[in-house]
Design a protein around this ligand. Structure first.
Ligand code: HEC
Length: 115
């Protein structure tokens, strides 16, 4: 009889744990939202920092000093998408999504305090 109770308790524990697996039906939706949030600082560190530096003013290989340039958002989107005319800056059109490029273009504007 005692064994039966032990088994019953074990079964209940198993049920309680198993039930947890399909319980968080909200989780996938949340994950999607997180994936859509663009982490500009992370992209900056991975893709841009080598030439532009952490604060946008490093200027490796003649990279534009982003603390000083005053270009429009459209021009920035263009250069990030197509690369620079002299071919030094990589074209990111095939690497980043349009949304990411726009977010990065806006982010580069934040380096210039006068904008
Ligand atoms: C290989 C070096 C390199 C990398 C990597 C690089 N850039 Fe550049 N970037 C340059 C150079 C060089 C210029 C200047 C081009 C010119 O004046 O023709 C430039 C110019 C720019 C400009 C235009 C500034 C202006 O004059 O208005 C923006 C905006 C910009 N980069 C953003 C980025 C972003 C965002 C990334 C990362 C996604 C990035 N760059 C990665 C080298 C680089």
């Amino acid at each position: 009889m005692q064994k039966f109770f032990v088994l019953l308790i074990l079964a209940l524990i198993a049920l309680a744990c198993g039930g947890g697996e399909d319980a968080p039906s909200e989780a996938p939706a949340k994950k999607e939202a997180a994936a859509q949030e663009i982490d500009v600082k992370k992209i900056w560190k991975i893709r841009c920092i080598a030439c532009h530096g952490l604060y946008g003013d490093m200027g490796t290989n003649g990279a534009a000093n982003l603390q000083e340039v005053t270009s429009s958002l459209e021009d920035r989107i263009k250069i990030i998408t197509n690369g620079s005319e002299n071919g030094v800056m990589t074209a990111f059109g095939e690497i980043l999504s349009e949304e990411e490029i726009e977010a990065m273009a806006k982010y580069t504007m934040s380096f210039n305090e006068d904008l």
